[in-house]
Design a protein around this ligand. Structure first.
Ligand code: SF4
Length: 105
């Protein structure tokens, strides 16, 4: 989908179908080397992406609340840290919170 109102990147979520794993959830014994395979279980994919990429100064509360119940929160945060994701809520943390976490590590 394209044409979001705000700063939501067009590729904010990689559709599992595009990844070539329709209907496939977790592969057996790490056969899948796609670094984004965890997105198959991303809870935010079923919600409004706008909440995860709020305008400057916008509320992140709703997105963070969704993240708390997401099964792939750990993988998501790990991915964001490793890839230096600058925008949006990933793994329940804002860009600022991720920067802080990185500094502490
Ligand atoms: S932790 Fe949050 S941002 Fe990450 S996949 Fe889950 S719902 Fe989406």
């Amino acid at each position: 989908m394209t044409g979001y109102r705000s700063g939501v990147p067009d590729n904010w979520f990689v559709d599992p179908v595009q990844l070539g794993v329709p209907g496939v959830r977790r592969p057996v014994e790490g056969v899948d080397d796609n670094p984004l395979s965890w997105q198959t279980d991303a809870l935010c994919a079923q919600t409004d992406p706008e909440a995860f990429f709020p305008e400057k100064g916008g509320s992140t509360r709703d997105a963070k609340r969704i993240c708390t119940t997401c099964d792939v929160k750990g993988e998501c945060l790990e991915y964001a840290l490793q890839n230096d994701e600058r925008f949006g809520i990933w793994g329940g943390l804002s860009e600022r919170e991720r920067r802080k976490l990185k500094r502490r590590a």
